[in-house]
Design a protein around this ligand. Structure first.
Ligand code: ATP
Ligand code: MG
Length: 650
């Protein structure tokens, strides 16, 4: 991106918070002023929401940037903060997790149950020789034991590295090697799409390949046949027989908590290291502020998998540190049918729902009649994370899920940031559909040009974080130099997030996708996100992915891959007519410069396992290259389908 990004879209709709929510909000407008007056004092106050065994001597040590230390000298135990202290406060009988298995089996886990399980798992890991600082891999389905395993590691100071349960042998083995782990916690399998799907064989192969693993702890979930080696131990024969008491020991605020590999949208995943005190401070505070969690009355549900950072920060550490009652769901959104999510909301009276644009667009594709069948009146705050949310998907979410009442918080953050950085506050912000709005209190963010100058309102450029924040990554595991090169070298003194963004006339922030994805068409820098949003604003389109492909006349030309909504006829001439209509629609919405050279109607898009569109693969296809790293691709057949479709269309 040589110049600033063009600012093409002109979204003007705006939705102020409901009056009752605003009046009773956990965090009000004064938080911004308070944080602006003294940022470090603001974060120290949020850290005091936690229980510390030893107070800190210094809030932030930034004497050796970009290596930050937060709450220096302080000590705390994360599991104690997420579990024990709620039981000690008399909330042991409160439900921590309403767990819903895909086949419809359920479990209710109270905070007392959680304390027992986490203590037993901590004792078992200790018996297996795991000590503070060791790395433990977690490769699990979405069952309560996944959260228990993470908390048990945190309790004894072991560093966990969760690998999404859908990843291959290769992905698991490279992460085991990179993290140099000695124990794997897994399960025989989990339920996906109506049937048991095995996990253990993948672990067996990865363990055989790496040779580093000493023990494998296996939860029995599906009861399917498993091979057994002398490294394997059943969870129910060890953890569930272990002593239910365990004294949590405090660890240094900068003790390593977890390593998590990024989702690999732009290339080879990076092992992001997070530590203890600052991470818990910011996940806990943001969960309280952004979702307005009322621990006594809300039922919270985050639909992410614990294999992603969203699952770490907003299923495990944020909600449990706040004593929330939450729903955890094992399976897919279309099992046994496409109403499953709404049936769960209805059944548990979910009041706060946090999900991803990819799911919202999928629900749009499936049709409005599906959510309409359920009672969704318990919902009061809706959240979105993972990708830019297109304005039309935002509006659909508000109308068909929020029933025109609920605020939507579009939360921008990354594996690297550990916690939400840019988001509306539901009781404060008049949100605009498609904008993450403003940096949260205590967070410094800006949009700058290639000379590192802040762009004026109306301009676009590179999103940077201007101040260190408590839950920031501390390094890339084992590779400090890559940490410096990747995030801190492009602009002196700023963290460069890799995303493009613009400021609108009011200074609200609009995320425009990865800067690597920005297209240069006849000398104009155009964002893939804006063209995609223009396509999604057409009533026949559910989803779109846009890339810039080399073009002899314009430098790059816009190529769009588009998924029609469920009820749209695309056969023969109807398809041709729709494509023509879509090209004109984009030209009308954004201007002729953004008119796609080519639009393909496709059934699926290549996505990472976390549901993000992998534009770099589409660019490879559009430019006739062989595909780059596909290890995090969800469904490898999608690319074959798209490539063959493209060839026949040419
Ligand atoms: P990799 O870094 O390996 O390419 P990744 O960036 O997809 O993978 P994550 O850390 O899971 O891995 O994703 C963070 C990215 O997701 C952000 O940099 C941004 O591009 C996108 N993102 C997340 N939330 C939002 C949001 N609310 N609006 C716009 N983009 C978002
Ligand atoms: Mg990234």
């Amino acid at each position: 991106m040589s110049e600033t990004l063009e600012n093409l879209s002109s979204e003007t709709r705006q939705f102020p918070p409901p009056a009752d929510l605003a009046a009773n909000a956990n965090v009000k407008a004064d938080a911004y002023e308070e944080a602006a007056a003294d940022r470090l004092a603001f974060w120290a106050k949020q850290a005091e929401r936690l229980a510390w065994a030893k107070p800190w001597d210094q809030i932030l040590d930034w004497s050796n940037p970009p290596f930050a230390k937060w709450f220096v000298g302080g000590e705390l135990n994360i599991a104690y903060n997420c579990v024990d202290r709620h039981v000690e406060a008399g909330n042991g009988d409160k439900v921590a997790i309403h767990w819903e298995g895909e086949p419809g089996d359920t479990r209710t886990v109270t905070y007392s149950d959680l304390l027992k399980l986490v203590s037993q798992a901590a004792n078992t890991l200790t018996d297996l020789g795991v000590t503070a600082g060791d790395r433990v891999m977690i490769y699990m389905p979405m069952i309560p034991e996944a959260a228990v395993a993470m908390l048990a590691c945190a309790r004894i100071g072991a560093t966990h590295s969760v690998v999404f349960g859908g990843f291959s042998v290769d992905a698991l083995a490279t992460r085991i090697d990179d993290a140099d782990a000695k124990v794997v916690i897994t399960a025989d399998g989990g339920y996906r799409r109506g049937k048991p799907s095995a996990l253990k064989p993948t672990v067996d192969e990865a363990v055989a390949r790496t040779g580093r693993i000493e023990h494998v702890l296996v939860v029995r979930r599906t009861g399917q046949e498993v091979e057994w080696t002398d490294k394997d131990k059943w969870w129910h024969e060890t953890v569930e027989q272990a002593s239910p008491t365990h004294e949590a020991q405090a660890f240094d605020s900068e003790h390593p908590l977890f390593i998590l590999y990024t989702s690999g949208t732009t290339g080879k995943p990076k092992g992001i290291l997070h530590t203890t005190g600052g991470y818990l401070t910011q996940t806990s505070y943001t969960h309280h502020a952004v979702f307005d969690l009322k621990a006594d009355t809300d039922v919270y549900w985050c639909t992410a998998d614990i294999g992603w950072v969203t699952g770490h920060s907003y299923i495990v550490y944020g909600p449990l540190s706040n004593g929330a009652t939450q729903v955890m769901y094992e399976g897919t959104p279309d099992t046994p049918d496409r109403g499953r999510f709404w049936q769960i909301v209805d059944k548990y009276k979910v009041s706060i729902l946090y999900t991803a644009p990819t799911l919202i667009r999928t629900m749009m594709k499936w049709g409005d009649d599906i959510p309409a069948k359920y009672d969704l009146s318990s919902l009061r705050v809706l959240g979105s994370v993972g990708e830019p949310i297109n304005p039309e998907a935002w509006i659909w979410y508000r109308e068909h899920v929020g029933r025109e009442r609920t605020p939507i918080v579009d939360t921008w953050w990354q594996t690297e940031t550990g916690a939400i950085m840019i988001s509306p506050l539901p009781g404060v912000t008049a949100a605009k559909p498609g904008s993450a709005m403003t940096a949260l209190p205590g967070i410094g963010a800006d949009v700058i040009d290639d000379q590192a100058q802040s762009v004026p309102n109306g301009g676009g450029g590179f999103l940077v974080l201007t101040e260190p924040w408590p839950s920031m990554l501390r390094t890339i595991w084992g590779d400090d130099q890559r940490f410096i090169d990747t995030y801190w070298s492009r602009f002196d003194g700023y963290y460069f997030a890799g995303d493009g963004a613009k400021k609108d006339a009011d200074g609200a922030l609009w995320l425009l996708g990865r800067v690597d994805d920005v297209m240069l068409v006849s000398g104009h820098n155009i964002s893939t996100t804006e063209v995609e949003s223009a396509l999604v604003s057409h009533p026949s389109v559910a989803e779109a992915a846009v890339v810039g492909a080399t073009d002899p006349t314009t430098g790059q030309a816009i190529v769009a891959f588009t998924i029609p909504r469920g009820n749209v006829d695309t056969a023969g001439d109807a398809g041709e007519a729709l494509i023509k209509d879509l090209r004109n629609h984009v030209a009308k919405t954004l201007g002729p410069i953004a008119k796609p050279r080519q639009i393909m109607l496709v059934a699926e898009l290549p996505k990472t396992r976390s549901g993000k569109i992998m534009r770099r693969l589409l660019r490879d296809v559009a430019e006739n290259r062989s595909l780059g790293d596909v290890t995090t691709l969800q469904d490898s057949t999608v690319m074959d389908l798209i490539s063959s479709g493209l060839k026949t269309a040419k």
